[in-house]
Design a protein around this ligand. Structure first.
Ligand code: MTE
Ligand code: MO
Length: 420
């Protein structure tokens, strides 16, 4: 996965958070973010440069994409996309009861009845219901996040209410265009409760039509994709066209049949961004990375540098006895990147406080934050360089949920050769 490591926050080259380093603790406080520790390493040109290269939002065309449809849906010619309803003028969304259950739906939105939701209907809803939020797209089975986005859409519940369900509904399942081949249908599902109500601090599940202020491209799953913040990408169905309300109580996701835990909230995990493979003895190491902030938030990010030939503590599968050093979680960027004009957020995301224009807290759950650390110059040798996150409850990655079926969070480890 050499490519994926580069994706989140690593594209352009315009300096963004040099200000943080140069202003030091005062600057960080002024940004309302995690203050730099008093004993923070002095700004080093190498670390400043690594931080300046970080980009918070991923440009839409730099998102890592993998649809399983063959041929790839985003490779279909424009006439074909239009013909199969993947153009804004031809797109339709059905919201219907499951014919195999007794779900009661008074006003199904169906192609057959000519009541399916079309683009004009979606845009009419958007006039009063549109929301935007920052959320990271991450796959259960891939170590690095696929991209960090600013997503815009209409809450799914607003469209479900148009269909007037009246009872016997326990789950919502949904799928997208799949080359009209039943074997390619990638179905996902959510509990109706999750869709209808957002506990305080949670974000709505949306029918998403914009990423970083631009209409969703076919590659990103457009014209409309489902975005379910806080859960893994398998619930974020692309090229969405069908929503079914059911009394089936089971998570009938295609991804579950592939041996994944599809009811897993996002895990917290730290990852390096372009970690050094070689270094020169006598030079401190400028290390940067990201933390994917899962359901339990993040308290700290730590790194450890250990000689390859150092004895490994017995009975320590999660390396709790390693020599972990704190890194600094960086404050919100002043340039959000992602292809936004001027690096500015076009509208205030739900996670921001309208009175200050700033995030209500930082780091934000279900997004990423960047972190940085300058490690003292190690002697020549071969090393393991590792990072991990500590969540807000104090659990060190890969705890409290170390099983990979529910999402990757193994400790990120790379090899570093320090030349004499
Ligand atoms: N239609 C469709 N939607 C899909 C998938 C798919 O194969 N087909 N894969 C899902 C999975 S498992 C993930 S992790 C994300 C990946 O999103 P991306 O391709 O935009 O990176 O899309 C999800 N939505
Ligand atoms: Mo996935």
């Amino acid at each position: 996965m050499g490519r994926s490591r580069q994706v989140v926050g690593m594209k352009a080259a315009r300096p963004s958070r040099r200000d943080v380093l140069q202003a030091g603790a005062a600057g960080a406080l002024a940004l309302g973010a995690t203050p730099l520790a008093a004993d923070a390493p002095q700004p080093s040109p190498a670390l400043a440069e690594a931080i300046a290269r970080l980009r918070y939002l991923t440009p839409p065309d730099a998102f890592r994409e993998f649809g399983r449809e063959k041929p790839r849906v985003d490779s279909l010619p424009p006439e074909k996309l239009r013909e199969v309803g993947l153009h804004r003028e031809t797109w339709r969304l059905e919201v219907v009861p499951d014919p195999e259950s007794n779900a009661q739906v008074a006003n199904p939105l169906s192609r057959e009845r000519g009541t399916a939701l079309d683009w004009a209907g979606l845009m009419r809803l958007a006039e009063t219901r549109a929301v935007r939020f920052l959320a990271v797209l991450t796959c259960t089975n891939i170590a690095d996040p696929l991209g960090m986005g600013l997503w815009e859409g209409v809450p799914l519940r607003d469209v479900i209410w148009l269909a007037r369900p009246t009872g016997n509904v326990r789950r919502v399942f949904y799928w997208g265009y799949h080359n009209d081949d039943p074997k390619q249908r990638f179905v996902s599902s959510l509990s109706i409760n999750r869709v209808l109500e957002d506990p305080p601090g949670e974000l709505p599940v949306i029918l998403c039509y914009k990423l970083n202020g631009q209409w969703l491209s076919p590659k990103a799953g457009g014209p409309v994709r489902l975005v379910a913040p806080g859960v893994y990408g398998n619930k974020w169905v692309k090229w969405l066209q069908h929503v079914v309300l059911t009394n089936n109580y089971q998570a009938n996701d295609t991804y579950a049949l592939w041996n994944n835990d599809v009811e897993s909230p996002m895990k917290t995990q730290a990852r390096f961004i372009s970690p050094p493979a070689r270094a020169k003895a006598g030079q401190p190491l400028a290390i940067v990375g990201l933390v994917q902030v899962g359901v339990s938030g993040v308290r700290e990010v730590q790194v450890s540098l250990q000689r390859e030939d150092a004895p490994q503590a017995a009975d320590d599968p999660y390396l709790e006895k390693a020599d972990w050093q704190p890194a600094q979680i960086l404050p919100p960027p002043s340039d959000w990147g992602g292809g936004l004009p001027g690096g500015k957020l076009p509208d205030l995301p739900l996670q921001f406080d309208p009175s200050t224009g700033r995030p209500r807290s930082w780091p934000l759950r279900y997004t990423i934050a960047h972190w940085a650390v300058l490690l003292p110059a190690p002697p020549a040798g071969r090393y393991y360089l590792r990072c991990r996150a500590i969540d807000s409850q104090g659990a060190a990655q890969p705890m409290p949920r170390p099983f990979p079926k529910s999402g990757n969070n193994t400790i990120h480890q790379v090899t570093l050769v320090v030349e004499g």
